[in-house]
Design a protein around this ligand. Structure first.
Ligand code: FAD
Length: 395
């Protein structure tokens, strides 16, 4: 049966075909976006940062961010663009995934209007390279058990961020070793002597000159088994002071006197609501893995359909590799699985998009009248924050 290539392509490109075409055209037109193999680690990192800055000037970056802050707020198109960029270099994908999906994403989803006004535009343009510091050496999958501490001091209206020991250092954090300036740090919040569970605070890790901030220790994870264009690093905090406003307080806020308040009374529910912000990251990693599989299969199948080896009995011509059953058994089930996963991924992106991820983030969140109680969302306008500044005072 003959396949109509145009129809198959439009079926595969799906709902966000336009952005796929746009990104493919950018890749084709730009020598910087061509894969470069075998670069030394530092050269690879510099190239990927240059590529990321280039992407930050395109629609692919804007799609991740809300319209109020210069973006286009289209999560389906953002994830599709991201998946297409994976065709360049998976290091580039992780670099922009950390910047837009994780760093920008956690500010958008867990922060409130003052954080959005201060940081989202700078995150989108890469003027403010950021990190998403969740994982610790001792705890990766089990985020609820991380041990970095953020203790509130009402007398100074500051949080003190501290790494109690090496097991609690932040580990394998993208953008830390070279480029990151501000980190979204996951820590156990303590106010009034009580533990409030895992919360996220914005902590400057490098100054404008690229030097580590006072009491912040940075270590490079160095050469890795792959993704060497990403500057993964480790972080230690030695009683680092940040202002009260550094807490991303959509789901848990601290009043100047230290009173803790959350629209979600149950700590475990609150934790999983916060972690729900990682869903789009997980979907995008699946999409990127799929792009890598497609690229590998396209190369292998194209090569297998042109390369010849051995003459069949009674024939002059050598046999094409793909005519060998062994070769077919290796590649064709993988090709069929990849088609199936492609449509499953598209369905996942459609449902995430239609669920409203990427919409305006500044809807007021319900605040309980008493700590631990829940009331209906209020429509009261939020007072605009002061003029945006990139580096918050570290107190
Ligand atoms: C290239 C790279 C970049 C990264 N960038 C970042 C970043 O920017 N920010 C950040 O915060 N982190 C980052 N990480 C860390 C990453 O998030 C963690 O590696 C990940 O969460 C897993 O944690 P872990 O490595 O401690 O593995 P562990 O939690 O020790 O898990 C190891 C394995 O144990 C098994 N396991 C664990 N728990 C369970 C369970 N409940 N059920 C069944 N099996 C289980 C699984 O096989 C799992 O794969 C990065 C990691 C890499 C490799």
């Amino acid at each position: 049966m003959a396949v109509e290539i145009g129809e198959l392509r439009s079926l595969l490109d799906g709902r966000w075909a336009g952005i796929r075409d746009e990104v493919r055209a950018q890749i084709e037109a730009s020598p910087l976006l061509r894969p470069a193999h075998g670069l030394p680690v530092e050269e690879h990192r510099a190239r990927v940062m240059e590529q990321a800055r280039m992407v930050s000037q395109t629609r692919s970056a804007r799609l991740f961010f809300p319209r109020e802050y210069g973006g286009e707020g289209d999560m389906g198109a953002a994830l599709t663009a991201f998946q297409t960029i994976a065709l360049v270099d998976l290091s580039l994908l992780v670099k922009i995934g950390v910047q837009y999906g994780l760093f920008g994403g956690v500010i958008r989803r867990l922060g409130t209007k003052r954080h959005h006004e201060r940081y989202l535009r700078a995150a989108m343009t890469m003027e403010l390279p950021g990190c998403f510091a969740m994982t610790e050496t001792g705890h990766g999958s089990d985020v609820q058990s991380i041990r970095t501490i953020a203790t509130y001091e009402p007398e100074h209206q500051e949080f003190v961020i501290h790494t109690p020991d090496d097991d609690a250092r932040k580990d394998y954090i993208g953008n830390v070793a070279r480029d990151g300036r501000l980190a979204a740090v996951f820590a156990q919040l303590i106010t009034g002597g009580a533990r409030r569970g895992v919360h996220v605070l914005l902590v400057p890790v490098r100054d404008e000159r690229g030097q580590p901030c006072p009491n912040v220790r940075i270590e490079d994870c160095g050469h890795k088994g792959g993704l060497n264009g990403v500057d993964n690093g480790r972080l230690w905090f030695d009683q680092v002071h940040v202002p009260r406003e550094a807490l991303l307080d959509r789901f848990g806020s601290v009043a100047p006197d230290g009173t803790y308040c959350s629209p979600i009374a149950n700590e475990t529910r609150r934790f999983f609501t916060m972690l729900g912000t990682l869903v789009s990251g997980r979907v995008s990693v699946a999409g990127a893995a799929l792009s890598a599989a497609k690229l590998a299969l396209a190369i292998a199948i194209h090569y297998g359909s042109t390369r010849r080896q051995f003459r069949a009995p009674g024939r002059d011509e050598e046999v094409i590799l793909l005519d060998y059953l062994q070769h077919q058994r290796r590649l064709l089930p993988a090709l069929a699985t990849t088609y199936a996963l492609h449509f499953a991924q598209e369905a996942l992106v459609v449902s995430l998009h239609d669920a409203g991820d990427g919409d305006s983030p500044d809807e007021p969140v319900s605040r309980p009248s008493r700590p631990g109680t829940v009331r209906k969302p209020s429509r009261r306008a939020v007072k605009p924050a002061a003029a945006p500044a990139i580096f918050p005072s570290t107190g």
